[in-house]
Design a protein around this ligand. Structure first.
Ligand SMILES: [Ca+2]
Length: 228
């Protein structure tokens, strides 16, 4: 018999890799509460090598008739107020290195703010007094033009996306900067990447990233007796 040391307590997270242009691959995220929102913070870590010449859908929330809340990357990045659609300039911000992206919005003021790797953008005014409607579907990887479908492979997401978290409040700047730096709290109450149900469709790789071992566990070694 020999004692084998095993180190436990590694903190891991799922990551999604969309390897190719496609109009069939997507991941549905099931929200933890109805999405009638008058404020939100939406964060994700994202990397892509797609050309800046094309639109890239980063997050799509659509009800039967409307794009309720979409986040796009595109060449010119102009804001669009028709629906609560946030358009972000792709280059140089989004690239092959993972970028931490957050969008905050508050109905009362209409203030919408973008954070890239903890750096805050100017504020823009979108849809004051608006409420995001519940009852839709949240999709990563594709832009639905109907409730769930009519995908266009020239708008889909190709690259890696993880840590998609959402809160029904605007988080303070310092909290967003902490999350960018790796803090795992506070967990999202609309989407918590560690526990939200993901429904994978098509060619999407789900991989596990090892984030870190917590300090309290770094010297915890458990010996297991085994016959060798
Ligand atoms: Ca479309």
């Amino acid at each position: 018999k020999m004692r084998l040391p095993v180190i436990l307590f590694l903190i891991t997270a799922l990551t999604l890799v969309f390897p190719t242009e496609s109009c069939t691959s997507f991941v549905e995220m099931i929200p933890q509460k109805p999405m009638n929102l008058t404020a939100f913070t939406l964060c994700m870590r994202v990397a892509t090598e797609l050309s800046s010449q094309r639109e890239i859908i980063l997050f799509a929330y659509r009800t039967g008739n409307y794009d309720e809340l979409n986040v796009w990357g595109e060449l010119d990045g102009r804001g669009k107020c028709v629906s609560l659609t946030i358009r972000i300039k792709i280059l140089p911000e989004l690239r092959a290195l993972i970028t931490h992206l957050c969008v905050t919005w508050d109905s009362t003021s209409g203030l919408a703010v973008l954070f890239l790797d903890g750096k805050r953008s100017l504020s823009k005014i979108y849809k004051k007094d608006h409420t995001v409607s519940p009852g839709g579907r949240v999709i990563l990887g594709q832009d639905p033009d109907i409730y769930l479908g009519d995908f266009d492979k020239h708008q889909n997401f190709v690259g890696e996306i993880c840590d998609v978290n959402m809160w029904d409040v605007v988080l303070p700047d310092s909290v967003i900067q902490g999350i960018f730096a790796g803090q795992r709290e506070p967990r999202g109450n609309v989407f918590d990447w560690d526990s939200t149900e993901l429904r994978i469709n098509g060619d999407v790789e789900v991989a596990i990233r090892e984030l870190y071992t917590p300090v309290w566990a770094q010297n915890v070694v458990i010996n297991i007796e085994a016959d060798v």
